[in-house]
Design a protein. Sequence first.
Length: 293
Amino acid sequence: MKRIALSLVVLTITVPPVGAQRIGTETSDRTHIVHLKTALNHLTVIEVGEPVLEVAAGSPTFKVEWRDNKVFVQPTEADAATNLFIWTATQRLNYELEAAGAVSLMDFAVDQASVHKPEPVQPANTTAPDPVSPSLSELLLRGKPVRMLPSRQRTPKPVEVWISDLYERDGRLLIRYSVRNHSAQPYQIDNPHVYELDGVHSQQSLYGFVNSQLGDQQVSKLKIKQETPVRVLDGQLQSEQIAPGEEVVGVVALQIASSSTPTVLRLDFPSLSAAGSDSNQSKQVQIAAFVVR
């Protein structure tokens, strides 16, 4: 009788729960659709066997971001489902993002196994070419021009910044801009500090502002939850000092994760000292520019 009871206890302990949280593996097949179960306030991670080049979701109700070979999916609304596509250099992956459900049933992570392909045989005495950096013509042709959104009431500024082009590739964003000094004194300029504004709420959809520089009117209506510093990889300027009435062009390179939803960046430049009401005092004029990418 004791043996029977002990066997029942062991059986109860070793049977896995039905419908538990899943960490699974899927085989890459462009004709196959993978269903992902999600949960609010939780991330589902898709890990691919090679770097991700592009993603596209059918609805903004899911927040989708990617870095290197990992894609992060998070639902922002309940009872909303959509589809998701992921492209790499060799394949396309298809997903159906199911409406957010119970955490106990969600897919925590999915490892997307890549299809193994044999390495090509190199001819004898042949070396592989070095990777080619983007040429100047590629930067000019693939760069996205930035438009300046108009404002009804434009306040004159002693120093103005205009963002002209964005070029994004492999987790790096190149921003070309120009700075003009309208003040009566030289302006000492340096590479900007860049911040990604998170949790931004706007009266107008940010999708209509993609590849645009926001004017004072649009910036004043933004509600920003927090800001995150963006790593500046490099920066170049025609000159480190701008004489009154002159203009210089600069380029800054950033390390930033790609995103399928619009993001707002703020570029902060060195402040300008301007004389106050008292000739012995001066005030700092903040110089900044906002762009949606």
